[in-house]
Design a protein around this ligand. Structure first.
Ligand code: ZN
Length: 389
């Protein structure tokens, strides 16, 4: 059970050594500010740092500059269930929660969301809560909950920690209720605010905290982390690190995107080859694979395929400059473009347009893709006008 949750030790966070040293120094000299404001881009790792600091404060046998990762307190912290670590984050009304919501109403979802992903983003969290089309916030009820929780004695340890994500989403009523306790909390109560934009945090809150600007992750550390997570893809990781501005979330998004693009390309190339050769067994395999992926993803793939057909037609017409093909796509196109010509371009485009419309209208993907494979076979075999048959 515990193994699936992992833990959140400082050593698992890429880079940020200067910030870590600063936080640890404060703990060791017993001068942890009662309200820290960690500010940085969503993927700089500031939430992970807050989790690691909370765990370190609760750990019963820290080792050097890190929590031990194995004591009961560490295990509880790693599962986000330590009784003296409280979580605050933006929430919204849903079909389930009709009254003013607070974090407690969504704590199960929050734990699930954080598991394996200590880099929360507002978009990701909205998706996890299932409220894509609403605005989330931190409301009066939340402030009341916090005051009530801080009224209890801490359960197990000296420290009570409130990890407060996105204070910029807190409304004025809630903030006013919290001003006093943030300014003068009980001993060993620590507010760890984690923000992506101090400009939007209410000045009354901001002025009561010690601001720590968390910089972007150093390229070398980000590369090391990504290379561990995606072994054997060093080239792609180098490109991603260059372009992700030291932001882990941005890097992950770019990798996912790039994976999907690669998949589209591989599917397309395979599909054209086996349809051209009318390799029935391979077509059946390919169709079952692509039938599995879900409607939205199928639509995206078919749109990609349509754009590849268009691009190859342009290459065929001597307009390669206008085609938008990457290196691998161009390599395939160098021979394939001969098969996309004025004699079949209209027929092919009609097939793909129709297929995209049918996927949208819930057509059975197996029947649709099998039929398309046969049509593609027929169309690719049509002679180019003027060519000797
Ligand atoms: Zn421990």
């Amino acid at each position: 059970m515990l193994a699936i949750f992992g833990s959140m030790r400082f050593n698992e966070i890429p880079g940020q050594h200067a910030i870590r040293a600063r936080l640890l120094q404060a703990v060791k000299t017993n001068r942890v500010s009662h309200a820290l404001m960690l500010s940085g881009s969503p993927g700089c790792g500031h939430y992970a740092l807050a989790l690691a600091l909370a765990q370190y404060l609760q750990c019963t046998s820290p080792i050097g500059d890190d929590s031990c990762g194995v004591c009961p307190a560490c295990h509880q912290a790693a599962q986000f269930v330590h009784p003296d670590i409280h979580f605050v984050f933006p929430v919204a009304r849903t079909a389930k929660i009709k009254d003013e919501p607070s974090s407690d109403d969504f704590i199960t979802e929050w734990r699930q969301y954080l598991t394996g992903n200590p880099y929360p983003s507002l978009e990701g969290w909205y998706h996890a809560m299932g409220i894509e089309n609403k605005q989330a916030g931190i409301f009066k009820k939340e402030a009341q909950d916090i005051l009530r929780k801080l009224n209890f004695k801490s359960f197990q340890s000296d420290y009570k920690v409130i990890i407060f994500w996105m204070p910029e989403k807190m409304n004025t009523t809630a903030a006013n209720k919290l001003l006093k306790i943030i300014e003068e909390p009980a001993d060993h109560t620590v507010f760890l605010f984690v923000t992506c934009g101090t400009d939007e945090v209410l000045p009354t809150i901001l002025s009561r905290t010690q601001l720590i600007k968390v910089p972007k992750i150093g390229a070398e550390h980000l590369y090391k982390k990504l290379a561990e997570e995606y072994p054997g893809q060093e080239k792609l990781m180098q490109r991603v690190v260059q372009r992700s501005q030291g932001d882990y979330l941005l890097a992950r998004e770019m990798i996912d995107q790039s994976d999907q693009n690669t998949l589209n390309r591989d599917w397309f190339i395979r599909w054209m080859r086996i349809s051209f050769g009318l390799q029935i067994k391979e077509i059946t395999d390919w169709v079952s694979e692509v039938s599995e992926i879900g409607r939205e993803r199928q639509k995206w793939f078919l749109q990609y395929a349509l754009s590849m057909i268009r691009n190859n037609f342009m290459v065929n017409q001597g307009l390669a400059d206008l085609a938008t093909l990457d290196e691998e796509e161009s390599a395939f196109s160098s021979k394939f473009n001969a098969f996309i010509h004025p004699g079949n371009i209209e027929g092919l485009m009609e097939e793909f347009d129709l297929a995209i419309a049918q996927v949208t209208m819930n057509a059975n993907p197996k029947i649709l893709l099998t039929d398309m494979s046969l049509q593609i076979h027929r169309l690719l075999r049509l002679p180019a006008p003027g060519a000797k048959g």
